[in-house]
Design a protein around this ligand. Structure first.
Ligand code: NAP
Length: 315
């Protein structure tokens, strides 16, 4: 494939940035990838794994001369990083981010973007419960959505260019406004994570009573919760602190529905439960039909794991 950006600077070198680097390099979408991460350990890992041509001790050095700068740090440090790189951005460059929350990131980053630099916020809806530079793999974005939330008046040519990069990494791209993004993600990702954290927390309390039974007899439902609840604590703390209103709105609705189901169980209202579960089953079918998951009983994880293993060997 043709080179889309000559030089890309990745700020933060964890799961998302390293996956982008692998995908961009394997597909020949960029000529040079440079990076910066907070710790010397992560910077050394990026060089050892070979997904960056160069890494720098400061973000300011990393962004010098870059055509595309990707902010791939936790949402809570976006402002600090943007303030540091602002004066060093090349005129005409594009800055994007991959934060899981959009409005708060825009509020944090936009004030630091100088005139003549394009800021196009983004969010790849792709991830795993793993983090760090060793967790990335080139196929992470394949057939996943990548949402862009440019403000009105953003240079359409530069939006199209960033879109082309995301698509060339295998993603499907959509554009929407930031508040809408935050509400949709509160439903599809943020609140489900909070529920998983809670359920695993409840089980942990019970474990003190039932000893190892919860692990020993862990059924598929609970195992899925534990996988989600293993996600990075820093990232998820920042998601909830920065998507407060939408998450609280959805949690309020969730609580109302939970009370309704609780009442149905207490009253023995089987029809209510059956209707409800039929509706939710149809949603699952819709997700599979849209190609966003597989119908395999292991949720296709065996296939994903072996694909990922093969990918890692290529790095
Ligand atoms: P990650 O694997 O934990 O990586 C985070 C990276 O940010 C690390 O390299 C870390 O460096 C670096 N970092 C943290 N604070 C920094 C600072 N002050 N200056 C420079 N670098 C700093 O995280 P991730 O999963 O890639 O997530 C990155 C972003 O993508 C987050 O905003 C998250 O919301 C978003 N996102 C995540 C997922 C997901 O499922 N994981 C999906 C979509 C979007 P050290 O290693 O040196 O600490």
């Amino acid at each position: 494939m043709a080179v889309i950006y000559e030089k890309v600077a990745l700020i933060g070198l964890g799961l998302i940035a390293s996956s982008m680097a692998h995908a961009m390099r394997q597909r020949g979408l960029v000529a040079t990838v440079v990076g910066h991460a907070k710790s010397a350990e992560t910077r050394a890992a990026a060089m050892e794994l070979g997904f960056c041509d160069a890494v720098f001790e400061t973000a300011a050095e990393a962004v010098a001369g870059a055509d595309l700068v990707v902010l791939a740090v936790p949402v809570g440090v976006m402002a600090q990083v943007a303030a540091e790189i602002g004066p060093h951005l090349k005129p005409g460059a594009t800055v994007t981010d991959v934060g899981s929350v959009k409005q708060a990131v825009i509020d944090a980053v936009a004030p630091h973007i100088p005139e003549g630099v394009h800021f196009i916020p983004g969010h790849p809806i792709a991830g795993t419960e793993h983090s760090g530079p060793r967790s990335g793999f080139a196929t992470l974005f394949e057939n996943r959505w990548w949402l862009l939330t440019p403000s009105e008046g953003t240079d359409a040519t530069q939006v199209a260019r960033l879109r082309a990069l995301c698509e060339a990494m295998g993603a499907n791209v959509d554009e929407m406004d930031a508040p809408h993004h935050d509400l949709v993600l509160a439903v599809t990702s943020h609140t489900p994570h909070l529920i998983a954290y809670t359920m695993v927390g409840v089980a942990d309390d019970l474990r003190r009573v039932t000893d190892s039974e919860i692990i020993k007899y862990s059924a598929a439902g609970f195992r899925d919760f534990t996988r989600i609840a293993a996600s990075d604590p820093t990232m998820w703390r920042d998601v909830f602190l920065n998507n407060k209103d939408a998450t609280l709105e959805i949690l309020g609705r969730f609580t109302e529905e939970l009370f309704a189901l609780q009442r149905a169980i207490r009253k023995g209202d089987g029809a209510h439960l059956h209707d409800y579960f039929s509706r939710t089953r149809a949603i699952r079918r819709g997700i599979i039909q849209a190609g966003q998951d597989t119908a395999a009983s292991d949720f296709g994880r065996g296939a994903v794991a072996s694909g990922r293993g093969a990918d890692e060997k290529k790095q």
